[in-house]
Design a protein around this ligand. Structure first.
Ligand code: MBD
Ligand code: FE
Length: 313
């Protein structure tokens, strides 16, 4: 038997008061959102008969989640960041904005201000060359007519062979595996880097603790993140997820999409390796082109205002 008091006049008065509806200060938008969340949460507590122990466990969980800086990790893990993409896709379709490279989630591991290069960059600091596979990544940025976009900024970041990202992993050098590349006159970007490994949630962290209770793993396939921007074009946030990866279609963050699988090829050829300046015989090649949409208004040229890390010198 569920007891229900959230709808009573007494509790509605309480929640309206708590959400600031009895004053003319503050922010009306925040008031409307908080009122809805308080009411919906109260309904969840009643309908699912949430016990005191369950409620206070959840409060403590949120403290621990924030304490480990993992709120931005649980969000994709629960499918909510992918939901935001699908929602934006539907809004775009409604507005007739279709085509181009699909968007997919940013994730929590971007760092602003990466070193910038013209046309071609080296991304890795060389520290893993005794065990990493060198990767040559290149492609062309095109507009909605298929014309090359010169001067586009390709801001890309990926994990090392341990699946870890510089800045968040303090054992790596600043901006390791993070670069910005300005496309050349043919719209081309080129990077020499190393083949990344898939990311896994910290086994002792609160996100994995939640996933364990859901009977789920916290693994991602190997992938490369991109922000691509150019004047007049709509900002694109996306990823290349690598073919042949165990978790390609079993990604805990639900980022892999049709059209975003990168066909990486591994080459075993001592001569080709030497010509490319690679020690030994083995290296990898990955070609991936992007297509941007026209920006419907100038704001659409920019990425979201989501708070992000900025490396301090
Ligand atoms: C990642 O590398 C990532 O891209 C996402 C979305 C979540 C966790 C780690
Ligand atoms: Fe990632």
């Amino acid at each position: 038997m569920t007891v229900n008091v959230s709808h009573t006049a007494e509790i509605q008065r309480l929640f309206n008061e708590a959400a600031g509806l009895n004053n003319d200060q503050g922010n009306p938008r925040v008031k409307a959102i908080l009122l809805r969340i308080i009411n919906d949460l109260a309904k969840v507590i009643e309908d699912l008969d949430i016990t005191d122990n369950e409620f206070w466990f959840a409060v403590d969980y949120l403290n621990r989640l924030g304490g480990r800086n993992e709120a931005g990790l649980l969000v994709p893990g629960l499918g909510l960041e992918h939901f935001l993409d699908v929602l934006q896709d539907a809004k775009d379709a409604e507005a007739g904005l279709t085509g181009g490279t699909p968007r997919t989630i940013e994730g929590p591991l971007y760092v602003a201000g990466a070193p910038m290069g013209e046309g071609e960059v080296r991304m890795d600091d060389g520290s893993e060359l005794d065990h990493a596979t060198v990767m040559f990544l290149e492609g062309v940025v095109r507009d909605n007519q298929g014309r090359a976009v010169a001067g586009a900024v390709v801001d890309l970041w990926h994990a090392n062979t341990q699946g870890n990202y510089s800045y968040f992993d303090k054992s790596q050098t600043p901006y390791n595996l993070r670069r910005r590349i300005v496309t050349d006159a043919e719209g081309r970007y080129r990077a020499r880097s190393i083949v990344p490994s898939g990311y896994g949630c910290a086994p002792d962290g609160p996100t994995q603790e939640c996933l364990n209770m859901l009977g789920r793993h916290g693994q991602r396939p190997a992938h490369i993140h991109f922000f691509i921007s150019a004047p007049g074009h709509r900002h694109l946030t996306t990823q290349i997820n690598l073919s042949g990866e165990a978790y390609l279609w079993d990604d805990f963050a639900y980022a892999t999409r049709e059209g975003l699988v990168g066909d990486i090829t591994f080459v075993e050829n001592p001569t080709a390796a030497r010509e490319r300046g690679v020690q030994g015989a083995r290296f990898a090649e990955l070609t991936f082109d992007f297509q941007l949409l026209q920006a419907p208004h100038v704001d659409a040229e920019q990425r979201s205002q989501r708070p992000r890390a900025l490396q301090q010198a």
